[in-house]
Design a protein. Structure first.
Length: 323
């Protein structure tokens, strides 16, 4: 069974699924059901995932490249092949998770849709701007209607081919335990392929997974990972289903709310909030220039002497006594 098309339903009283899934065999993209695959499907070794290679110039191939290129600041990532992925189990889990989150937010917003960050006065402009950036990404996707409770956004995750196929088969179930992370404990994603380069460029067979994510109620993070109020390795804030941070190229929070070029990280703790949709193979031999420009310190690495003080902003050193 292939991945399905989303169908909007009319809203009625009480909690209800905001999307209904069908599972036709010729559809791969859950957001754009007009993309029909006319090539033959293949199976991963585990037989859990069906995949097919997208033809260069096809509508679906162009769709994926466009999602990638809009965040590339004029640069080009050397993608050699794009696979569409289809895993019925992961799709069903994703749909159920999205419905559950929506139901909880609507029925008990005090517990699942908190906005207590709005009460934090110190650096409130930066935190509000961070929330606005995420909202802009939501609104850029036509399928996210204004009344939708749990919008969906496309995000990227860089890794090695062997790991990517395990994720395609089983989801991101094991990654939360592997990444303590600068901005909370969980699975890390970004809307920028450039920002993910340090995670895949050194791999033997680098790939990018383009996934669909349900951020739910996301906490806007502005705390630097080396500040007193750091969220490094901490669980997600109560009442939120994800953390979201706008960053500079070096991975530190962006403090300039007028910045025209910035990056981001989305932190999710529940693997069912993520659906792997496409796998992009990357030509490692053509990454040298991009690696040199976008290398940065990752969680668990030793920060170069003097870099911490240079990159840390006073405005994110201490956010509020309320936190």
């Amino acid at each position: 069974c292939g991945v399905a098309g989303f169908m909007k339903e009319k809203k009625s009283k009480g909690p209800q699924p905001l999307m209904q899934f069908a599972l036709p065999t010729d559809i791969t993209d859950p957001i754009n059901p007009q993309f029909a695959i006319d090539q033959k499907w293949e199976f991963s070794p585990s037989k859990r995932t069906r995949f097919t290679t997208l033809n260069v110039g096809s509508p679906e191939h162009d769709y994926v490249r466009n999602l990638l290129d809009t965040q590339m600041h004029g640069k080009k990532l050397p993608v050699t092949k794009i696979y569409a992925l289809s895993n019925k189990t992961l799709l069903t889990n994703f749909a159920n998770s999205r419905t559950t989150i929506a139901s909880r937010i609507e029925s008990d917003p005090e517990a699942h849709n908190r906005k207590d960050w709005m009460e934090i006065k110190k650096h409130s402009r930066q935190r509000k701007w961070t929330a606005e950036v995420l909202q802009e990404k939501v609104e850029k996707q036509d399928y996210n209607t204004p009344d939708v409770v749990t919008p969906i956004i496309p995000v990227l995750h860089g890794t090695d081919s062997a790991i990517a196929w395990k994720i395609a088969d089983n989801g991101f179930v094991s990654l939360a335990a592997l990444d303590a992370g600068f901005y909370g404990n969980g699975m890390y994603f970004s809307s920028s392929a450039l920002y993910t380069i340090p995670y895949f460029a050194t791999k033997s067979n680098p790939v990018l997974l383009l996934c669909y994510a349900v951020p739910g109620n996301s906490y806007p993070v502005i705390e630097h990972h080396s500040s007193k109020k750091s969220l490094m390795g901490q669980p997600l804030k109560p009442g939120y289903q994800s953390h979201y941070v706008v960053t500079k190229k070096d991975g530190c929070p962006e403090t300039n709310t007028s910045a025209s070029r910035y990056y981001d990280e989305l932190v999710i703790a529940q693997e069912t909030q993520i659906l792997p949709a496409y796998m992009l193979e990357i030509d490692r031999s053509k990454l040298a220039g991009l690696v040199a420009e976008y290398q940065r310190v990752l969680p668990g690495e030793q920060e170069p002497a003097g870099k911490q003080e240079d990159s840390k902003s006073e405005s994110t050193e201490e956010v509020s006594e309320k936190e």
